[in-house]
Design a protein around this ligand. Structure first.
Ligand code: 5RP
Length: 227
């Protein structure tokens, strides 16, 4: 049986085949995407030319180490394909993302892309979204009001994400509230309602955004799921 890291590498090796010369490619964030960046670095050494739009400072730094040419989202009119990871994937390919705290930039890059491919190992597939606490990116000013509103409306305790004993701060200077919904019946409506709360910048539900999911299994099989 393959380890989780080996599965991540396997799907990254397959995904890299989709990157062609002169493409503009959105690159996600996380431990799965780490392997994608390594594979893309190898292709750059072999002469592949493309430009990458990174979804976080972490991804930008890793890509720069691999000599992958980078561009800003503002520099392009559209993106050919974005390849990213996810925290949960339901049977309709609706996603929870943001475990790495990069959800805002990931969503903006995905929204500008013709195609969104998600790489995952089988542990990310769920029947219903919600076991993974939904990340909510919030403005630090008055974040406790958002936390209270979530409790009042949904009867759950949203917890402020902490890193090194301090509030985790996103690349855009925001905090993250992790919301343990447990079961999300209607991701579309929830996403809309959450984003209507003053102080919420965005949430980690990616509704009708993923076109394809490439899943890797412990026995070395891979499978492509289509929306
Ligand atoms: C970061 C993300 C990641 O794609 C998600 O957390 C999955 O990460 P990993 O590949 O490390 O499991 O949304 O904000």
């Amino acid at each position: 049986m393959l380890t989780q890291d080996e599965i991540k590498k396997l799907v990254a090796q397959q995904a890299v085949e989709l990157v062609q010369n002169n493409m503009t490619v959105g690159i996600g964030t996380g431990s799965t995407i780490y392997w994608l960046i390594m594979e893309l670095g190898e292709r750059v050494k072999q002469g592949l030319f493309f430009r990458a739009i990174p979804t976080s400072k972490r991804t930008a730094a890793l890509a720069a180490e691999q000599n992958i040419p980078l561009a800003e989202l503002n520099d392009v009119t559209s993106i050919d394909i974005t390849i990213d990871g996810a925290d949960e994937i339901d049977p309709n390919l609706q996603l929870i993302k943001g475990g790495g705290g990069a959800l805002l930039q990931e969503k903006m890059v995905a929204a500008a892309s013709r195609e969104l491919l998600i790489l995952a190992d089988e542990t990310k597939l769920v029947k219903q979204l919600g076991k993974f606490p939904l990340p909510l990116e919030v403005i630090p000013f008055g974040w406790k009001q958002v936390q209270r509103k979530i409790k009042e409306v949904y009867h759950i305790e949203a917890s402020l994400r902490i890193k090194d004993n301090q509030p985790f701060v996103s690349d855009h200077g925001h905090y993250i509230l992790d919301c343990p919904f447990q079961q999300i019946e209607n991701p579309d409506i929830l996403s809309y309602d959450l984003n209507a709360i003053p102080g919420v910048v965005d949430n980690g539900l990616f509704v009708n955004m993923a076109d394809l999911v490439l899943v890797g299994y412990g026995d070395g099989r891979t499978e492509t799921l289509h929306r």
